[in-house]
Design a protein around this ligand. Structure first.
Ligand code: SAM
Ligand code: CA
Length: 240
């Protein structure tokens, strides 16, 4: 990551708070002391990966874990696994007979975290599918028994260009009352910057994120909360 990008993301902390110190304070005070041991291990293992910044921020993860518990999530979908931080936290948050359909185009990165997932005793909850996500979501929608209206929770953290396509499918796959969380919806804070100030390599996703945020805000099918945790997450609850 070049220096300009590091500055935008306040790297190594991705937080969007007014200072790196404040973000660290929140993590050290409220997040890390409560982080389950296997998740901590996976986070530390991933920190050495060249794309470490892709992992879900632990503060956002902590809220997701609470949301999973609040809706008693048993059946979930994960779009974008990488080394598995959000996947493992989901697996640890759902019951023994819970199931996660986890989709990523890259099995290799999933396998980096897999030994920790196995050691945590939750691999049996995960159905990992190496594929583009869109065709798998379409397949799920065609399943008359386990498809539409059957999922409690979904987390989307993959290619920004497809977020709205994912939303159109996930909103049908979720039960009424189910939740989908979108990651990176503040895109390093660039959504509120004049285009010319945003780093060149962030411009395309910045524009896509701005469009997504408008569409989600106008979608009457969901209740939303745009929370400035991690890199920004938008929580959508299907209301009909
Ligand atoms: N949630 C993960 C975590 O907590 O570590 C991070 C996910 S990372 C930001 C994005 C992932 O999306 C990458 O592993 C990438 O291979 C995957 N991806 C990108 N485009 C995809 C697509 N069209 N379908 C499925 N996965 C995709
Ligand atoms: Ca992310």
């Amino acid at each position: 990551m070049d220096d300009k990008l590091k500055k935008v993301f306040n790297f190594p902390s991705k937080g969007l708070l007014q200072s790196k110190e404040l973000y660290e304070y929140m993590l050290e005070t409220s997040v890390y002391p409560r982080e389950p041991e296997p998740l901590k291990e996976l986070r530390e293992l991933t920190a050495n990966h060249p794309n470490a910044q892709m992992a879900t921020a632990p503060d956002a993860g902590q809220l997701m874990s609470m949301l999973l518990n609040l809706v008693n999530a048993k059946k979930t979908i994960e779009v974008g696994v990488f080394t598995g931080y959000s996947l493992l936290l989901t697996a640890l948050s759902i019951p023994e007979d819970g199931k996660i359909v986890a989709i990523d185009i890259n099995r290799e990165t999933y396998e980096i975290g897999l030994p920790i997932i196995k050691k945590a005793g939750v691999e049996h909850k995960i159905d990992f599918i190496e594929s583009l996500a869109l065709p798998i979501l379409d397949q799920l929608l065609e399943d008359p028994h386990h498809g539409a209206g059957s999922f409690d929770f979904a987390f989307v953290d993959a290619d920004k260009v497809n977020y709205w396509n994912y939303h159109e499918r996930l909103i049908k796959l979720l039960k009424v009352g189910g939740i989908v969380v979108y990651d990176n919806t503040l895109w390093g804070g660039t959504v509120a910057m004049p285009d010319e100030l945003a780093p060149e390599e962030m411009k395309q996703s910045r524009q896509l994120t701005i469009e997504l945020n408008k569409l989600l805000a106008a979608d009457s099918r969901v209740q939303i909360s745009h929370a400035p945790l991690g890199d920004g997450i938008t929580i959508c609850r299907r209301i009909y």
